[in-house]
Design a protein around this ligand. Sequence first.
Ligand code: PLP
Length: 372
Amino acid sequence: MRLETLAVHAGADIDPTTGAVAPPIHLSTTFEHGPACEETHGYSYIREKNPTQTRLEEAMAKLEGGETALAFASGMGALCCVMQSLGPGSHVIFPDDAYTGFRNLYREFLSHWGIEYNVVDMTDHSVIKGAVRPNTKIVVTETPSNPMMKITDLAGVAEITHAAGADLLVDNTFATPMLQRPLEFGADIVLHSTTKYCGGHSDVQGGCLVLRSSNRWKQRLYRGRMIMGAAASPFNSWLILRGLRSLDCRMERHCSNAAKVAASLEAHAKVESVCYPGLNSNPGHNLARRQMKAFGGMLSFQVRGGYDEAIHVASRVKLFTNATSLGGTESLIEHRASSEGQGTKVPQNLLRVSVGLEHADDLIEDLMQALG
Ligand SMILES: *Cc1c(COP(=O)(O)O)cnc(C)c1O
């Protein structure tokens, strides 16, 4: 079955007891079992698994082409479960351009857990090879990356990772499975913040891990989620599942709008540069063409001048909202250096844009008047 059809039908079996077409939300925290705790109905306690979450996991696994998926309370909950499954003395390689939460996690927690790490440019294979250690367990990458939209060569980095005896974890939040399926390029674990495009309406938080078959972390991750508790709630699972039904249609519009916005920004005299993998000028463009179906709804641009000029533009937008996060129906803009705070490497003149589902011309008009 094609991906567009799977998005509509995966995890959408008709409810056998009522015939309901829309999936029920099962809020029950506990499920009847036998007198010796036999799991007679397939479920026992909400933190372990629940039927609404199972539907979401079935859908995410199918969309990414993985064997199993585990839904979490948030994207960070999912990543932390991976890190907490590793054990002291392990080593992890992180990308230099990535979601801020990753940086906060390794700086503030990993060393407390006895986990070593280093941070590398994922576009430079010799640097990645040089960073590998005998105890390297996981290489993490994010492509396109936040906020510089760098593209990782997934097949190339998977090869380096596997040669080192480690597993490749790819954050596929920006692309979604509609545009990129990292398992096909050799990734072992795909991570999603389903809070973003999968949910798609800026009204639900969630995370997910999708695992390739016979993944060595599977049991550990199941145990980790249950014992450490970052399980998804039934209501959130339901909302994310609902979001998946329109994911393909939404991504189509996000992509076409972002391509138009990127081209208009690139042509503007006050714009120094635009980071969008769909642009010919982007260093990752050819690679993105090979591993992505389209280039996504996220972009960033640098305003000529510095901090003041960028803040000036962000303060003049009328249709865009100044807000963090991404992947919702509405367009958002954010001065990332301010959002990331101390220690950020993001240029002070950079604005990140989550291009929504409005008419592209309205978005372009708004940015043009803000640039003045
Ligand atoms: C938001 C985000 C995360 C973290 O997800 P939460 O659901 O906010 O915990 C991870 N990776 C990327 C790329 C994100 O945008």
